[in-house]
Design a protein around this ligand. Structure first.
Ligand SMILES: Cc1ncc(C[n+]2csc(CCOP(=O)(O)OP(=O)(O)O)c2C)c(N)n1
Length: 561
Protein backbone atom coordinates (compact mmCIF):
# COMPACT_ATOMS: atom_id res chain seq x y z
CA UNK A 1 0.00 0.00 0.00
CA UNK A 2 1.40 3.39 -0.96
CA UNK A 3 1.24 6.09 1.71
CA UNK A 4 3.07 9.20 2.82
CA UNK A 5 6.07 8.87 5.11
CA UNK A 6 4.15 10.93 7.68
CA UNK A 7 1.35 8.35 7.67
CA UNK A 8 3.84 5.49 7.79
CA UNK A 9 5.55 7.07 10.81
CA UNK A 10 2.23 7.58 12.57
CA UNK A 11 1.27 3.93 11.97
CA UNK A 12 4.71 2.80 13.11
CA UNK A 13 4.29 4.70 16.37
CA UNK A 14 0.86 3.13 16.78
CA UNK A 15 2.39 -0.32 16.17
CA UNK A 16 4.76 0.44 19.05
CA UNK A 17 1.79 1.01 21.30
CA UNK A 18 2.38 4.77 21.48
CA UNK A 19 -0.94 6.32 22.47
CA UNK A 20 0.27 9.70 23.69
CA UNK A 21 2.94 12.01 22.28
CA UNK A 22 4.17 15.22 23.89
CA UNK A 23 5.26 18.04 21.62
CA UNK A 24 5.74 21.69 20.90
CA UNK A 25 4.82 22.05 17.21
CA UNK A 26 7.36 23.30 14.68
CA UNK A 27 7.30 24.13 10.99
CA UNK A 28 9.89 21.43 10.49
CA UNK A 29 7.36 18.69 11.07
CA UNK A 30 3.88 19.99 10.20
CA UNK A 31 3.46 17.05 7.82
CA UNK A 32 3.83 14.68 10.75
CA UNK A 33 1.50 16.70 13.01
CA UNK A 34 -1.23 16.34 10.40
CA UNK A 35 -0.76 12.60 10.12
CA UNK A 36 -0.74 12.19 13.90
CA UNK A 37 -3.92 14.17 14.42
CA UNK A 38 -5.60 11.87 11.87
CA UNK A 39 -4.92 8.84 14.07
CA UNK A 40 -7.72 7.98 16.49
CA UNK A 41 -5.41 5.88 18.63
CA UNK A 42 -2.95 8.69 19.33
CA UNK A 43 -3.30 11.73 21.53
CA UNK A 44 -1.04 14.67 20.81
CA UNK A 45 -0.34 16.69 23.97
CA UNK A 46 0.77 20.18 22.97
CA UNK A 47 3.05 21.61 25.68
CA UNK A 48 4.45 25.06 26.48
CA UNK A 49 8.16 24.28 26.47
CA UNK A 50 10.14 21.43 24.93
CA UNK A 51 11.81 20.77 28.30
CA UNK A 52 8.33 20.19 29.72
CA UNK A 53 7.37 17.96 26.79
CA UNK A 54 10.55 15.93 27.23
CA UNK A 55 10.05 15.43 30.98
CA UNK A 56 6.44 14.42 30.36
CA UNK A 57 7.61 11.80 27.87
CA UNK A 58 10.16 10.49 30.39
CA UNK A 59 7.49 10.21 33.09
CA UNK A 60 4.89 8.71 30.77
CA UNK A 61 7.40 6.10 29.63
CA UNK A 62 8.23 5.16 33.23
CA UNK A 63 4.56 4.86 34.07
CA UNK A 64 4.06 2.43 31.20
CA UNK A 65 7.37 0.61 31.46
CA UNK A 66 8.02 1.69 27.85
CA UNK A 67 9.88 4.42 26.04
CA UNK A 68 7.87 7.63 26.27
CA UNK A 69 7.68 9.67 23.08
CA UNK A 70 7.96 13.35 22.23
CA UNK A 71 8.48 15.47 19.13
CA UNK A 72 10.39 18.71 18.96
CA UNK A 73 11.33 21.09 16.22
CA UNK A 74 14.88 21.55 14.91
CA UNK A 75 17.60 23.77 16.51
CA UNK A 76 15.68 25.87 19.09
CA UNK A 77 13.10 23.20 19.90
CA UNK A 78 15.70 20.53 20.43
CA UNK A 79 17.90 22.92 22.42
CA UNK A 80 15.03 23.50 24.82
CA UNK A 81 14.49 19.76 25.12
CA UNK A 82 18.14 18.93 25.89
CA UNK A 83 17.61 18.89 29.66
CA UNK A 84 15.15 16.01 29.36
CA UNK A 85 17.60 14.04 27.21
CA UNK A 86 20.34 14.67 29.76
CA UNK A 87 18.05 13.49 32.54
CA UNK A 88 16.82 10.38 30.70
CA UNK A 89 20.40 9.47 29.73
CA UNK A 90 21.70 9.69 33.30
CA UNK A 91 18.57 8.10 34.76
CA UNK A 92 18.76 5.16 32.33
CA UNK A 93 15.17 5.87 31.32
CA UNK A 94 13.97 4.94 27.83
CA UNK A 95 12.65 7.73 25.61
CA UNK A 96 12.24 8.27 21.88
CA UNK A 97 12.51 11.85 20.71
CA UNK A 98 11.56 12.69 17.13
CA UNK A 99 13.28 15.84 15.86
CA UNK A 100 12.41 17.90 12.79
CA UNK A 101 15.23 18.78 10.43
CA UNK A 102 15.77 21.08 7.42
CA UNK A 103 15.02 19.74 3.94
CA UNK A 104 17.41 17.13 2.60
CA UNK A 105 18.50 19.32 -0.32
CA UNK A 106 19.80 21.93 2.17
CA UNK A 107 21.80 19.58 4.41
CA UNK A 108 25.07 21.07 5.60
CA UNK A 109 24.33 24.65 4.44
CA UNK A 110 23.44 25.83 7.97
CA UNK A 111 19.93 26.51 6.78
CA UNK A 112 17.50 28.05 9.26
CA UNK A 113 17.84 26.25 12.63
CA UNK A 114 19.87 23.41 11.16
CA UNK A 115 22.09 21.52 13.60
CA UNK A 116 24.30 18.52 13.24
CA UNK A 117 22.40 16.29 15.64
CA UNK A 118 24.84 13.42 15.61
CA UNK A 119 27.42 15.82 17.04
CA UNK A 120 25.10 17.80 19.28
CA UNK A 121 23.48 14.77 20.90
CA UNK A 122 26.44 12.45 21.06
CA UNK A 123 26.71 12.57 24.87
CA UNK A 124 23.04 12.70 25.83
CA UNK A 125 21.55 9.92 23.71
CA UNK A 126 22.20 6.26 23.15
CA UNK A 127 21.83 6.77 19.42
CA UNK A 128 20.92 9.39 16.82
CA UNK A 129 19.11 7.91 13.83
CA UNK A 130 18.93 10.20 10.79
CA UNK A 131 16.32 9.20 8.25
CA UNK A 132 17.23 10.11 4.69
CA UNK A 133 15.35 7.47 2.68
CA UNK A 134 11.54 7.19 2.91
CA UNK A 135 11.99 3.41 2.82
CA UNK A 136 13.84 3.53 6.16
CA UNK A 137 11.39 5.68 8.12
CA UNK A 138 9.49 2.82 9.75
CA UNK A 139 12.62 0.80 10.39
CA UNK A 140 14.07 3.85 12.18
CA UNK A 141 11.13 3.89 14.61
CA UNK A 142 11.49 0.17 15.35
CA UNK A 143 15.23 0.56 15.90
CA UNK A 144 14.77 3.60 18.10
CA UNK A 145 12.36 1.84 20.46
CA UNK A 146 14.51 -1.27 20.57
CA UNK A 147 17.67 0.67 21.41
CA UNK A 148 15.89 2.90 23.94
CA UNK A 149 14.46 -0.05 25.87
CA UNK A 150 17.24 -2.65 25.75
CA UNK A 151 20.47 -2.98 27.73
CA UNK A 152 20.97 0.21 29.73
CA UNK A 153 17.76 2.03 28.78
CA UNK A 154 18.07 5.61 27.55
CA UNK A 155 16.98 8.24 25.05
CA UNK A 156 17.21 7.79 21.28
CA UNK A 157 16.70 10.63 18.78
CA UNK A 158 15.19 10.12 15.35
CA UNK A 159 15.94 12.97 12.94
CA UNK A 160 13.30 13.64 10.29
CA UNK A 161 13.88 16.13 7.44
CA UNK A 162 10.96 18.41 6.70
CA UNK A 163 10.51 17.30 3.08
CA UNK A 164 10.44 13.63 3.98
CA UNK A 165 6.91 13.59 5.36
CA UNK A 166 5.15 14.13 2.03
CA UNK A 167 7.30 11.61 0.15
CA UNK A 168 5.48 8.36 -0.54
CA UNK A 169 6.54 4.77 -0.11
CA UNK A 170 4.98 1.34 -0.24
CA UNK A 171 7.13 -0.07 2.55
CA UNK A 172 5.12 -1.84 5.25
CA UNK A 173 5.12 -0.85 8.93
CA UNK A 174 8.16 -2.38 10.63
CA UNK A 175 6.71 -4.20 13.64
CA UNK A 176 8.25 -3.88 17.15
CA UNK A 177 11.25 -6.03 17.89
CA UNK A 178 10.67 -8.52 20.71
CA UNK A 179 12.02 -7.27 24.01
CA UNK A 180 15.34 -8.87 24.78
CA UNK A 181 16.28 -9.76 28.34
CA UNK A 182 19.43 -11.54 29.40
CA UNK A 183 19.24 -14.08 32.19
CA UNK A 184 21.91 -14.93 34.75
CA UNK A 185 24.56 -17.57 34.02
CA UNK A 186 24.12 -20.57 36.29
CA UNK A 187 27.77 -20.39 37.48
CA UNK A 188 27.22 -16.78 38.51
CA UNK A 189 24.03 -17.72 40.30
CA UNK A 190 25.85 -20.46 42.21
CA UNK A 191 28.41 -17.91 43.30
CA UNK A 192 25.85 -15.32 44.26
CA UNK A 193 23.85 -17.87 46.25
CA UNK A 194 27.04 -18.97 47.99
CA UNK A 195 28.07 -15.38 48.81
CA UNK A 196 24.60 -14.64 50.15
CA UNK A 197 24.55 -17.83 52.20
CA UNK A 198 27.88 -17.02 53.85
CA UNK A 199 27.16 -13.36 54.49
CA UNK A 200 26.12 -12.36 57.99
CA UNK A 201 25.42 -8.73 57.14
CA UNK A 202 24.42 -8.30 53.48
CA UNK A 203 23.08 -5.07 51.99
CA UNK A 204 20.77 -5.34 48.99
CA UNK A 205 20.38 -2.11 47.03
CA UNK A 206 17.47 -2.13 44.60
CA UNK A 207 17.42 0.41 41.79
CA UNK A 208 16.09 1.62 38.50
CA UNK A 209 16.53 -1.47 36.35
CA UNK A 210 14.15 -3.32 38.63
CA UNK A 211 11.72 -0.45 38.23
CA UNK A 212 12.25 -0.69 34.48
CA UNK A 213 11.39 -4.34 34.59
CA UNK A 214 7.97 -3.43 35.95
CA UNK A 215 6.64 -0.35 37.62
CA UNK A 216 3.29 -1.82 38.50
CA UNK A 217 3.82 -5.53 38.27
CA UNK A 218 2.81 -6.99 41.61
CA UNK A 219 4.65 -10.16 40.58
CA UNK A 220 7.99 -8.34 40.70
CA UNK A 221 7.31 -6.63 44.00
CA UNK A 222 5.84 -9.81 45.46
CA UNK A 223 8.88 -11.86 44.44
CA UNK A 224 11.27 -9.26 45.86
CA UNK A 225 9.33 -9.38 49.12
CA UNK A 226 9.42 -13.18 49.18
CA UNK A 227 13.16 -13.15 48.54
CA UNK A 228 13.73 -10.64 51.33
CA UNK A 229 11.65 -12.62 53.80
CA UNK A 230 12.80 -16.12 52.79
CA UNK A 231 16.50 -15.35 52.48
CA UNK A 232 16.38 -12.91 55.40
CA UNK A 233 17.71 -9.90 53.50
CA UNK A 234 17.39 -6.16 54.15
CA UNK A 235 16.27 -4.19 51.09
CA UNK A 236 17.43 -0.63 50.47
CA UNK A 237 15.85 1.32 47.61
CA UNK A 238 18.31 3.71 46.01
CA UNK A 239 18.30 7.43 45.32
CA UNK A 240 14.90 8.67 44.05
CA UNK A 241 13.47 5.11 43.75
CA UNK A 242 11.81 4.99 47.19
CA UNK A 243 8.70 3.14 46.08
CA UNK A 244 10.59 -0.03 45.15
CA UNK A 245 10.02 -1.53 48.59
CA UNK A 246 7.35 -0.78 51.14
CA UNK A 247 8.89 1.58 53.70
CA UNK A 248 6.93 -0.08 56.53
CA UNK A 249 7.93 -3.63 55.65
CA UNK A 250 10.20 -5.05 58.37
CA UNK A 251 12.85 -5.87 55.78
CA UNK A 252 13.17 -2.27 54.56
CA UNK A 253 16.82 -1.66 55.37
CA UNK A 254 16.99 2.11 54.91
CA UNK A 255 16.94 4.47 51.95
CA UNK A 256 20.24 4.74 50.08
CA UNK A 257 19.92 8.33 48.87
CA UNK A 258 22.32 11.27 48.69
CA UNK A 259 24.13 11.60 52.03
CA UNK A 260 22.57 8.81 54.06
CA UNK A 261 22.05 10.03 57.67
CA UNK A 262 24.94 9.34 60.04
CA UNK A 263 23.43 6.55 62.16
CA UNK A 264 22.15 4.63 59.18
CA UNK A 265 25.33 4.83 57.11
CA UNK A 266 27.42 3.85 60.15
CA UNK A 267 25.34 0.69 60.50
CA UNK A 268 25.33 0.02 56.74
CA UNK A 269 29.12 0.21 56.75
CA UNK A 270 29.21 -2.83 59.02
CA UNK A 271 27.98 -4.88 56.04
CA UNK A 272 30.09 -7.77 54.82
CA UNK A 273 28.50 -7.93 51.34
CA UNK A 274 26.85 -5.41 49.03
CA UNK A 275 24.59 -6.49 46.16
CA UNK A 276 23.49 -3.78 43.72
CA UNK A 277 20.36 -5.35 42.25
CA UNK A 278 19.34 -3.33 39.19
CA UNK A 279 21.16 -0.24 40.39
CA UNK A 280 23.69 1.24 37.97
CA UNK A 281 25.57 2.81 40.89
CA UNK A 282 26.32 6.51 40.74
CA UNK A 283 28.05 9.05 42.96
CA UNK A 284 24.67 9.84 44.61
CA UNK A 285 24.09 6.23 45.64
CA UNK A 286 27.70 5.43 46.52
CA UNK A 287 28.03 8.45 48.83
CA UNK A 288 30.39 10.18 46.39
CA UNK A 289 32.20 7.00 45.43
CA UNK A 290 33.04 6.17 49.03
CA UNK A 291 30.62 3.29 49.76
CA UNK A 292 31.42 1.20 47.87
CA UNK A 293 34.71 2.96 47.30
CA UNK A 294 35.64 3.36 43.65
CA UNK A 295 37.27 1.77 41.83
CA UNK A 296 37.99 -0.95 44.44
CA UNK A 297 35.08 -1.61 46.80
CA UNK A 298 36.06 -1.99 50.46
CA UNK A 299 33.65 -4.91 50.85
CA UNK A 300 32.65 -7.81 48.57
CA UNK A 301 30.49 -6.28 45.86
CA UNK A 302 28.07 -7.90 43.41
CA UNK A 303 26.85 -5.75 40.55
CA UNK A 304 23.70 -6.82 38.69
CA UNK A 305 22.69 -4.55 35.82
CA UNK A 306 21.38 -5.47 32.35
CA UNK A 307 24.42 -4.27 30.40
CA UNK A 308 27.94 -5.72 30.30
CA UNK A 309 29.42 -2.31 29.41
CA UNK A 310 28.21 -0.91 32.71
CA UNK A 311 29.15 -3.74 35.06
CA UNK A 312 32.82 -3.13 35.80
CA UNK A 313 32.97 0.33 34.21
CA UNK A 314 33.63 2.24 37.45
CA UNK A 315 33.78 -0.37 40.21
CA UNK A 316 35.56 -3.70 40.08
CA UNK A 317 32.89 -6.08 41.36
CA UNK A 318 33.77 -9.40 42.93
CA UNK A 319 30.93 -10.77 40.87
CA UNK A 320 29.45 -8.99 37.84
CA UNK A 321 26.13 -10.17 36.43
CA UNK A 322 25.09 -8.32 33.24
CA UNK A 323 21.49 -9.50 33.26
CA UNK A 324 17.93 -8.64 34.21
CA UNK A 325 17.73 -8.14 38.00
CA UNK A 326 14.25 -9.65 38.12
CA UNK A 327 15.54 -12.83 36.46
CA UNK A 328 18.04 -13.07 39.33
CA UNK A 329 15.30 -12.69 41.91
CA UNK A 330 13.23 -15.42 40.25
CA UNK A 331 16.23 -17.73 39.95
CA UNK A 332 17.15 -17.30 43.62
CA UNK A 333 13.56 -18.03 44.63
CA UNK A 334 13.81 -21.37 42.81
CA UNK A 335 16.76 -22.34 44.99
CA UNK A 336 16.74 -23.67 48.52
CA UNK A 337 16.89 -20.99 51.18
CA UNK A 338 20.25 -21.14 53.06
CA UNK A 339 19.78 -23.29 56.14
CA UNK A 340 20.96 -20.62 58.55
CA UNK A 341 19.46 -17.55 56.85
CA UNK A 342 17.75 -16.69 60.12
CA UNK A 343 21.13 -15.77 61.60
CA UNK A 344 20.61 -12.41 59.86
CA UNK A 345 17.45 -11.53 61.77
CA UNK A 346 19.26 -9.18 64.11
CA UNK A 347 21.04 -7.41 61.25
CA UNK A 348 17.78 -6.86 59.34
CA UNK A 349 15.94 -5.71 62.44
CA UNK A 350 18.74 -3.32 63.39
CA UNK A 351 18.77 -1.57 60.02
CA UNK A 352 14.98 -1.38 59.97
CA UNK A 353 14.86 0.10 63.46
CA UNK A 354 17.20 2.92 62.45
CA UNK A 355 15.13 3.53 59.31
CA UNK A 356 11.89 3.75 61.32
CA UNK A 357 13.49 6.17 63.75
CA UNK A 358 14.56 8.38 60.85
CA UNK A 359 10.98 8.44 59.57
CA UNK A 360 9.74 9.97 62.83
CA UNK A 361 7.59 13.01 62.19
CA UNK A 362 9.67 15.39 64.30
CA UNK A 363 11.02 18.81 63.42
CA UNK A 364 12.03 22.05 65.11
CA UNK A 365 10.01 25.25 64.96
CA UNK A 366 11.22 28.01 62.64
CA UNK A 367 10.74 31.76 62.92
CA UNK A 368 11.31 32.87 59.33
CA UNK A 369 8.51 30.92 57.65
CA UNK A 370 6.88 27.53 57.87
CA UNK A 371 9.11 24.50 58.33
CA UNK A 372 8.45 22.56 55.11
CA UNK A 373 8.53 19.37 57.20
CA UNK A 374 5.10 20.30 58.58
CA UNK A 375 3.63 20.68 55.08
CA UNK A 376 5.06 17.39 53.82
CA UNK A 377 3.78 15.51 56.87
CA UNK A 378 0.33 17.00 56.40
CA UNK A 379 0.31 15.97 52.72
CA UNK A 380 1.36 12.46 53.74
CA UNK A 381 -1.81 12.15 55.86
CA UNK A 382 -3.92 12.62 52.71
CA UNK A 383 -1.97 10.40 50.29
CA UNK A 384 -4.03 7.51 48.94
CA UNK A 385 -2.52 4.02 48.50
CA UNK A 386 -2.26 4.66 44.73
CA UNK A 387 -1.10 8.29 44.87
CA UNK A 388 1.68 9.58 42.63
CA UNK A 389 4.27 11.94 44.07
CA UNK A 390 6.79 13.84 41.98
CA UNK A 391 9.59 16.08 43.14
CA UNK A 392 11.57 18.69 41.30
CA UNK A 393 15.26 19.14 42.19
CA UNK A 394 16.06 21.15 45.31
CA UNK A 395 16.36 20.86 49.05
CA UNK A 396 12.60 20.87 49.62
CA UNK A 397 12.78 17.31 48.21
CA UNK A 398 14.83 16.14 51.20
CA UNK A 399 11.72 16.62 53.37
CA UNK A 400 9.75 14.31 51.07
CA UNK A 401 12.37 11.58 51.37
CA UNK A 402 12.76 12.03 55.10
CA UNK A 403 9.12 12.19 56.14
CA UNK A 404 7.11 10.17 53.59
CA UNK A 405 7.40 6.42 53.98
CA UNK A 406 6.29 5.27 50.54
CA UNK A 407 3.94 2.32 50.53
CA UNK A 408 3.92 -0.30 47.81
CA UNK A 409 1.42 0.90 45.20
CA UNK A 410 2.35 4.54 45.54
CA UNK A 411 4.33 5.92 42.64
CA UNK A 412 7.29 8.27 42.85
CA UNK A 413 8.70 10.15 39.87
CA UNK A 414 11.66 12.51 39.66
CA UNK A 415 14.74 13.27 37.66
CA UNK A 416 17.23 10.95 39.36
CA UNK A 417 20.13 13.10 38.21
CA UNK A 418 18.50 16.15 39.82
CA UNK A 419 17.58 18.26 36.81
CA UNK A 420 15.35 21.14 37.90
CA UNK A 421 12.09 21.68 36.07
CA UNK A 422 11.10 18.01 36.04
CA UNK A 423 8.59 18.00 38.90
CA UNK A 424 5.58 19.73 37.40
CA UNK A 425 5.75 18.21 33.87
CA UNK A 426 6.11 14.75 35.39
CA UNK A 427 3.04 15.44 37.51
CA UNK A 428 1.07 16.55 34.45
CA UNK A 429 2.08 13.34 32.65
CA UNK A 430 1.10 11.24 35.67
CA UNK A 431 -2.27 13.00 35.99
CA UNK A 432 -2.95 12.35 32.29
CA UNK A 433 -1.96 8.69 32.53
CA UNK A 434 -3.65 8.05 35.88
CA UNK A 435 -6.83 10.15 35.85
CA UNK A 436 -8.93 10.20 39.01
CA UNK A 437 -5.97 9.39 41.21
CA UNK A 438 -4.04 11.82 43.41
CA UNK A 439 -0.96 13.38 41.83
CA UNK A 440 1.16 15.70 43.97
CA UNK A 441 4.17 17.65 42.72
CA UNK A 442 6.60 19.11 45.26
CA UNK A 443 8.58 21.99 43.76
CA UNK A 444 10.69 24.88 44.98
CA UNK A 445 10.19 28.51 44.05
CA UNK A 446 13.16 28.04 41.70
CA UNK A 447 11.78 25.06 39.77
CA UNK A 448 8.20 26.41 39.88
CA UNK A 449 9.03 29.17 37.43
CA UNK A 450 11.19 26.95 35.21
CA UNK A 451 8.42 24.65 33.99
CA UNK A 452 5.45 25.45 36.25
CA UNK A 453 3.85 27.01 33.19
CA UNK A 454 2.94 23.45 32.16
CA UNK A 455 -0.02 23.97 34.47
CA UNK A 456 -1.52 25.47 31.31
CA UNK A 457 -1.07 22.09 29.61
CA UNK A 458 -2.72 20.42 32.59
CA UNK A 459 -5.75 22.70 32.23
CA UNK A 460 -5.90 22.24 28.47
CA UNK A 461 -6.11 18.45 28.75
CA UNK A 462 -8.09 18.10 31.97
CA UNK A 463 -5.26 16.89 34.19
CA UNK A 464 -5.55 17.85 37.86
CA UNK A 465 -2.27 17.66 39.75
CA UNK A 466 -1.62 19.44 43.03
CA UNK A 467 1.53 21.56 42.94
CA UNK A 468 3.01 22.32 46.35
CA UNK A 469 5.52 25.16 46.13
CA UNK A 470 8.10 25.68 48.88
CA UNK A 471 8.80 29.41 48.58
CA UNK A 472 11.87 30.15 50.71
CA UNK A 473 12.77 33.14 48.54
CA UNK A 474 15.92 31.57 47.19
CA UNK A 475 17.65 28.82 45.28
CA UNK A 476 18.05 27.24 48.69
CA UNK A 477 20.17 24.23 47.77
CA UNK A 478 22.86 26.44 46.33
CA UNK A 479 22.68 28.74 49.35
CA UNK A 480 23.25 25.68 51.52
CA UNK A 481 26.24 24.53 49.46
CA UNK A 482 27.67 28.01 49.78
CA UNK A 483 27.10 27.97 53.55
CA UNK A 484 28.80 24.58 53.89
CA UNK A 485 31.85 25.65 51.89
CA UNK A 486 32.10 29.25 53.07
CA UNK A 487 30.27 29.31 56.43
CA UNK A 488 31.20 32.89 57.26
CA UNK A 489 29.81 34.38 54.05
CA UNK A 490 26.16 35.54 53.67
CA UNK A 491 24.64 32.32 52.43
CA UNK A 492 21.82 33.94 50.43
CA UNK A 493 24.16 36.02 48.25
CA UNK A 494 23.69 35.07 44.62
CA UNK A 495 20.76 32.82 45.36
CA UNK A 496 17.97 35.18 46.48
CA UNK A 497 14.71 35.27 44.49
CA UNK A 498 11.87 37.79 44.27
CA UNK A 499 8.72 35.78 43.73
CA UNK A 500 5.20 36.38 42.51
CA UNK A 501 2.07 35.57 44.49
CA UNK A 502 1.94 31.96 43.29
CA UNK A 503 -1.69 31.48 44.34
CA UNK A 504 -2.77 34.45 42.22
CA UNK A 505 -0.53 33.17 39.42
CA UNK A 506 -2.34 29.81 39.60
CA UNK A 507 -5.76 31.46 39.53
CA UNK A 508 -4.79 33.41 36.40
CA UNK A 509 -4.53 30.03 34.59
CA UNK A 510 -7.90 28.89 35.91
CA UNK A 511 -6.38 26.67 38.61
CA UNK A 512 -7.12 26.83 42.33
CA UNK A 513 -4.66 28.90 44.36
CA UNK A 514 -4.10 28.43 48.11
CA UNK A 515 -1.57 30.23 50.32
CA UNK A 516 -0.05 28.88 53.54
CA UNK A 517 1.74 31.56 55.57
CA UNK A 518 1.86 29.99 59.03
CA UNK A 519 1.56 26.69 60.86
CA UNK A 520 -2.04 27.53 61.73
CA UNK A 521 -3.00 27.49 58.04
CA UNK A 522 -1.41 24.15 57.15
CA UNK A 523 -4.11 21.59 57.97
CA UNK A 524 -6.93 23.54 56.38
CA UNK A 525 -4.87 24.58 53.32
CA UNK A 526 -3.75 21.04 52.52
CA UNK A 527 -7.24 19.59 53.14
CA UNK A 528 -8.72 22.16 50.74
CA UNK A 529 -6.12 21.29 48.10
CA UNK A 530 -7.00 17.58 48.21
CA UNK A 531 -10.72 18.33 48.14
CA UNK A 532 -10.63 20.19 44.79
CA UNK A 533 -10.19 17.23 42.35
CA UNK A 534 -11.68 18.97 39.28
CA UNK A 535 -8.86 21.36 38.38
CA UNK A 536 -5.18 21.77 39.14
CA UNK A 537 -4.24 23.29 42.49
CA UNK A 538 -1.25 25.34 43.53
CA UNK A 539 -0.42 25.56 47.22
CA UNK A 540 1.94 28.47 47.81
CA UNK A 541 3.83 27.78 51.05
CA UNK A 542 5.93 30.56 52.56
CA UNK A 543 8.72 28.46 53.99
CA UNK A 544 11.78 28.90 56.16
CA UNK A 545 15.18 29.52 54.58
CA UNK A 546 16.93 28.95 57.91
CA UNK A 547 15.73 25.33 57.79
CA UNK A 548 17.92 24.66 54.77
CA UNK A 549 16.95 21.04 54.29
CA UNK A 550 15.31 18.24 56.24
CA UNK A 551 18.70 17.60 57.83
CA UNK A 552 20.49 20.93 57.96
CA UNK A 553 19.79 24.27 59.57
CA UNK A 554 21.53 27.64 59.41
CA UNK A 555 23.05 27.89 62.86
CA UNK A 556 24.49 31.42 63.03
CA UNK A 557 21.22 33.13 63.91
CA UNK A 558 17.47 32.88 63.57
CA UNK A 559 17.34 35.86 61.24
CA UNK A 560 18.71 35.88 57.74
CA UNK A 561 22.03 37.61 57.18
C1 LIG B 1 18.17 22.78 35.37
C2 LIG B 1 19.02 22.98 36.59
N1 LIG B 1 19.61 24.18 36.82
C3 LIG B 1 20.34 24.37 37.94
C4 LIG B 1 20.52 23.38 38.84
C5 LIG B 1 21.35 23.61 40.11
N2 LIG B 1 20.44 23.61 41.25
C6 LIG B 1 20.20 22.53 41.99
S1 LIG B 1 19.11 22.77 43.21
C7 LIG B 1 18.97 24.40 42.81
C8 LIG B 1 18.11 25.30 43.61
C9 LIG B 1 16.69 24.87 43.69
O1 LIG B 1 15.97 25.93 44.24
P1 LIG B 1 14.46 25.81 44.63
O2 LIG B 1 13.68 25.22 43.51
O3 LIG B 1 13.99 27.13 45.08
O4 LIG B 1 14.46 24.76 45.82
P2 LIG B 1 15.21 24.85 47.23
O5 LIG B 1 16.59 24.30 47.04
O6 LIG B 1 15.21 26.29 47.66
O7 LIG B 1 14.40 24.01 48.16
C10 LIG B 1 19.74 24.72 41.70
C11 LIG B 1 19.81 26.07 41.11
C12 LIG B 1 19.91 22.12 38.54
N3 LIG B 1 20.04 21.06 39.34
N4 LIG B 1 19.14 21.98 37.43
Amino acid sequence: MTRSVARLLAESLEAHDVDQIFCVPGESYVGLINALTDMNSLRLIVCRHEGGAGYMAVADGRLRNRAGCCIVSRGPGLSNAMVSLHSAYHDATPMVMLVGQVERKDFGRMALQEQNYARLLSDVTKSVIEVIEPEQASEAIARAFHLAESGTPGPVAVILPEDLFDATTDVEVDQPRPRVLSGPRSDDLDRLADMLAKSERPLILVGGALLGDALYDEAVFGDLRRLAEGWMLPISPTHRRPQLFDAMHPHYGGYMGIRVPRDLIAEMKRADLMVALGERMTDSVSQSYSFPSAPRPQLPFVHIWPDPNEVGRVWRPDLGMPCSPYEVIKALLRRAVPADAKKRRGWVDGLHAIHRKLLAKEWDPTSDGVNFAAIVCEVDKHLAPDATVTTDAGNFGSFVHRYIGFRQGQVFLASVVGAMGSGMPMAVAAALRRPNTQVVAFVGDGGALMTGNEIATALQYGANPIMIISDNGMYGTIGMHSYVRYPERPFMAGTRLTNPDFAAWARSFGAEGITIRSDAEIADGIARAFAVKTRPVVVHCLTSAIQMSAWRRYTHSETLP
